[in-house]
Ligand binder design. Sequence first.
Ligand SMILES: *Cc1c(COP(=O)(O)O)cnc(C)c1O
Length: 399
Amino acid sequence: MNKKEYIEKADKNLLHVYNRFPVIFDYGKGVHIYDELDEEYLDFASGIGVMAFGYGNEDYEEALITQLKRITHTSNLYYHVPMIEAAEKLSRASGMDKVFFTNSGAEAIEGALKTAKKFAYTNKGPGDYEIIAMENSFHGRTVGSLSVTGTEHYREPFYPLMSGVKFATFNDFGSVLANLNDNTCAIIMETVQGEGGLYPADKEFLKKVRELCDDEGILLILDEVQCGMGRTGSMYAFQQYDIKPNILTTAKALGNGVPIGAFCVTDKVAEQSLVPGDHGTTYGGNPLCTAAVSQVFDMFEEYKLIEHVNKISAYLEDVLDVFVAKYDFVTERRGLGLMQGLVLTIPVKEVVSKALLEEHLVVLSAGKDVLRLLPPLVITENDVDEFKEKLEKIFDSFL
Ligand SMILES: *Cc1c(COP(=O)(O)O)cnc(C)c1O
């Protein structure tokens, strides 16, 4: 079958909820992906922040193949070693105490919301507990995670959603205070807003929210599904803020390509929230996916990847800053580490599409006007140079 026939077959059989680009990706090696005609693309999107180690990493593949041949699924009624090891490594890397593995980021958010509600229930009894979420946030597409997602047009067709959600303005502490009441049980936010347009939390804002949560006895949920796992230059972005959440969500790069997420809690939250019977999943944390997580954490250490991210992101930032200086329609660079955005006054969708189809450069958009870059964490200076050349050609075509 040729490409056109494949795409026709896809459109016939797949529910149309994505306007996919007319590209069929077939395999990858390092930071490059190849289509069905073996044409090479430079990947600065990582499958939306997932492929931290790039494609075709032999250490990673070997760990998965070994596990695949041993056992892939047991259910959560029994113990298995990959989950035990992955949980220990995730706790060590995050500084949290207890882990629940999920199948996705949205499902990690669901678990975090249930945990926060149960924590309030345990301590205060039944009540109409409320969550303060942030405008411009993104937490997923399931009903609970959509309820705390701060984009009205994603939510509106699905009302009524989970009740008791109030939206505050990100990085505006007064607005958080204005939404607080006796029923508030948790505040949820991304440490660095991803889909909303690459906005890091202000240090002062996050510190004040942390203090408020402590004073009120409510929980701080930090969603690091996108900004976690080394992307911002620390294993979790909150580690650059001298604070710690009560609940942390993580996914995307956690499995480097197999579907897995997690929510992590402190001992205190664990002791006062979910108990047997309150929560569960059939697949979540299965041996195959947790073997991947375990291997991912080992590779972070082996490759000294956090150090690398800090070095290479400085190099990328310099390139992006040159774009800001050089092109009038590039007005700002925003982000942290290898989670970077360029604010554009030309149509972002067009830039993303041209980059992919004309220059074979894979990039993303975020918000209304941000070109979003989430390259594999293993990119080298050569890769950044190749990126610069390709994006320069695209930007020049808009002059
Ligand atoms: C992607 C994302 C999610 C949802 O994760 P899925 O695996 O797509 O369900 C939640 N929160 C943030 C911050 C994300 O970027």
